[in-house]
Design a protein around this ligand. Structure first.
Ligand code: SAM
Length: 211
């Protein structure tokens, strides 16, 4: 995502009633924050948040947390959030590599990775959200039957992930190289990037991984 710093973004995030301000205090207590014990699903790198807010509207019986590390990007999501009545979603402005500081083991039921930055250079492979280092973080917070769902238009990143995820000890439960023309399309909710790339005719890849 092209990043332009927006003046005052940090201050707006710090004052927002939709953003969890001290997430380390919530570790093991998310059910209290949501006021129920519904399953918790996280999107890592939510961007402007179209996907996670649509999910929250569709599934009032689940809880959602959108994670975005850049305040200028999260700010765009907050503008949309202000127009919606949604009791089942929170946002956090954090780096996903630190998620185990904010969630107890088993506290999360599903993690969505959508159109994650590809980091094509080998020396940056550790930054990919499907790298073994990140899979280890997800392992620390997901329930035993928890899953990771990953969508991308980037074929090299997808092929890397099909190898890296099993190498990290996970199973690829399902995958497709053309989501919108596969049986995995049922119930699919599009992200901002997905809408843009599929309008350009690019096939969308998706995998679901579990342990
Ligand atoms: N998921 C959205 C979509 O599909 O439209 C946005 C995709 S955008 C290419 C990827 C987003 O992930 C960016 O906003 C980036 O800042 C965020 N991101 C990348 N690495 C992250 C990390 N380690 N922690 C939190 N956010 C991250």
């Amino acid at each position: 995502m092209r990043l332009r710093h927006i003046r005052g973004a940090e201050e707006s995030i710090a004052a927002s009633p939709y953003v969890v301000q001290n997430p380390e205090e919530e570790k093991g207590r998310w059910a209290e924050r949501f006021g129920n014990a519904n399953p918790i699903e996280i999107e890592v790198g939510m961007g402007k948040g179209r996907f996670i807010m649509e999910l929250a509207q569709k599934h009032p019986d689940r809880n959602y947390i959108g994670i975005e590390r850049y305040s200028s990007v999260l700010l765009r999501g907050l503008e949309k959030r202000e127009q919606l009545e949604l009791p089942n979603i929170w946002f956090m402005c954090i780096d996903a590599k630190d998620m185990a500081d904010y969630f107890e083991k088993g506290e999360v039921s599903r993690i969505y990775l959508n159109f994650s930055d590809p980091w094509p250079k080998d020396r940056h492979a550790k930054r990919r959200l499907t790298s073994p280092d990140f899979m280890k973080v997800y392992d620390q917070i997901l329930a035993e039957d928890g899953v990771v769902e990953f969508k991308t238009d980037n074929r090299p990143l997808f092929e890397y992930s099909l190898e890296a995820i099993p190498a990290a000890g996970w199973k690829i439960v399902r995958h497709t190289f053309d989501l919108h023309h596969s049986e995995m399309a049922e119930g699919n909710v599009m992200t901002e990037y997905e809408a843009k790339f599929s309008a350009e005719g690019k096939p969308i890849c998706k995998l679901v991984a579990s342990r």
